[in-house]
Design a protein around this ligand. Structure first.
Ligand code: C2G
Length: 129
């Protein structure tokens, strides 16, 4: 069984996120999503989530491509996650291209093209119009 992991906030879930998860799952047979906690988002990514962690977790768990959701609480946990969850492939959107190449010593690293026309920021801006 080929195990894939990806990381993110997934707040105001939209089809760009779904497209990422669909392609991530297609890289293997089992997809782990490390979901940024509210604290990690605020303290380390300066992101204030609209939906709290538990709601975002429930939404992700309802997506057919997702097999397991775990909390992302620090930048440093990726190396241990890869071991702990026996990961074969790490993937993430190419806005992070190159940032996680250090994982190549443990697993395959894949940067997937983002869905260009959609973002949470754009949704919020459009709703202001
Ligand atoms: N994404 C995408 N297309 C979009 C928007 C997002 O492919 N239009 C992808 C991102 O590249 C990322 C995933 O969807 O792979 C989740 O996006 P975010 O929630 O914005 O994730 P981010 O805040 O970048 O968190 O440790 C890594 C971080 O937790 C990544």
């Amino acid at each position: 069984m080929k195990r894939v992991i990806t990381y993110g906030t997934f707040d105001l879930l939209h089809y760009g996120h779904i497209e990422l998860l669909r392609r991530a799952k297609a890289l293997g047979d089992y997809l782990v999503v490390a979901l940024s906690t509210d604290e990690f988002n605020w303290n380390c990514k300066q992101k204030k989530c609209y939906f709290p962690y538990e709601e975002r977790r429930r939404m992700l768990e309802a997506i057919r491509y997702v097999d397991l959701v775990i909390p992302e609480e620090s930048w440093e946990q990726k190396m241990t996650d890869v071991d702990q969850y026996q990961i074969d492939v790490f993937c993430i959107g190419d806005d992070w291209a190159g940032k996680f190449d250090f994982l190549k010593e443990k697993c395959e690293v894949v940067y997937l093209p983002r869905t260009p026309e959609i973002s949470t920021t754009k949704i919020k801006q459009d709703l202001q119009k």
